[in-house]
Design a protein around this ligand. Structure first.
Ligand code: C2E
Ligand code: MG
Ligand code: MG
Ligand code: MG
Length: 279
């Protein structure tokens, strides 16, 4: 009986796998169409600077408004876009659009753009950034490229070359989701990071797990010793904000300050209210 149910499980599993496979195929087909028919748009989330008590930047976050699927989360479609190579086209659009939008935002603010490992290593990447900066005429130091630890996996020498080329343009580099991947001290000292973004999982657990506080304290201390800006992601409550401020996190991002919104809705963020409180 055990064997029979085992075989049955395999059949069910196969069917599921096949379903997943078909679903992927469909997403891929829809993504290709989406890239051509402008179904993508960017939303912006404010980044709050503790010292100046004001918004000092925005992170551009990609959204896909699909006619058949509704709004699709990047966590769902970015992996498919990466596997199929469509990410190069989408990612280039994101960089151009974010730079263009930055030109309409205050000069003292930065614009952060997420770049996936596949896009980062693609041949045209540095020239796409160069062109976007030229066309938008923004100061290159207003553009922040966010990469994850995944970028360093594989040919680290090649990754370093790309980072140096970006730095030569005047662009800033952030290490996103720090602490969730393959964190290594060797590349923090070897790579030219301007900012480290502490992953939101550590912030979420701040009240409950003393380990999270210890890790945030350590990362924040390391950043200030190395002259790297520290950012806490996913800050939702005033209690988290107070703890992170005590731990000298330089900048913070999360629903407490504002959710990601369209460019023309940016003024309605909570950040000003928080600023008034801490001032
Ligand atoms: P990320 O770069 O770490 O972005 C932060 C994510 O946390 C965003 O999710 C944001 O909406 C969410 N978030 C911000 N504040 C809070 C908060 O207080 N609480 C909670 N629970 N969540 C918060 P989103 O927009 O769904 O993006 C997910 C991920 O997709 C991003 O993580 C990034 O890795 C990727 N992504 C987004 N846009 C792009 C893009 O243009 N290109 C690439 N390659 N990846 C992108
Ligand atoms: Mg990011
Ligand atoms: Mg992150
Ligand atoms: Mg993330």
């Amino acid at each position: 009986a055990a064997k029979r149910s085992g075989r049955n499980d395999i059949a069910v599993y196969d069917a599921k796998l096949h379903e997943t496979y078909l679903e992927r195929q469909q997403i891929e087909a829809d993504l290709r169409k989406a890239a051509q028919s402008r179904e993508f748009f960017l939303v912006y989330q404010p980044i709050f600077c503790v010292k100046s008590a004001r918004v000092c930047g925005y992170e551009a976050l990609l959204r896909w408004q699909s006619p058949v699927r509704g709004i699709v989360s990047p966590n769902e479609f970015i992996p498919v876009a990466e596997e199929t190579g469509i990410i190069e086209e989408i990612g280039s659009w994101v960089i151009r659009k974010a730079c263009k939008d930055a030109a309409a935002l205050p000069e003292h603010t930065t614009i952060a753009v997420n770049v996936s490992p596949v896009q980062f290593r693609s041949r045209a990447f540095v020239s796409v950034v160069t062109r976007a900066l030229q066309d938008s005429r923004i100061n290159p130091n207003r553009l922040e490229i966010e990469i994850t630890e995944g970028v360093m996996i594989g040919d680290a020498g090649e990754a370093l070359k790309i980072l140096r080329a970006l730095k030569a343009l005047g662009v800033r580099i952030s290490l996103d989701d720090f602490g969730t991947g393959y964190s290594s001290f060797s590349y923090i000292s070897a790579f030219p990071f301007d900012k480290i973004k502490i992953d939101q999982s550590f912030v979420r657990d701040l009240g409950q797990r003393s380990e999270s506080l210890a890790i945030i304290r350590a990362v924040s201390g390391m950043c200030s010793s190395l002259g790297i800006v520290s950012t806490a992601e996913g800050v939702e409550t005033e209690q988290q904000f107070e703890i992170l401020r005590t731990e000298h996190c330089d900048t913070m991002q999360g629903y407490l300050f504002g959710k990601p919104v369209a460019l023309n809705e940016l003024n309605v963020s909570n950040a000003d209210r928080v600023a008034a409180k801490v001032a």
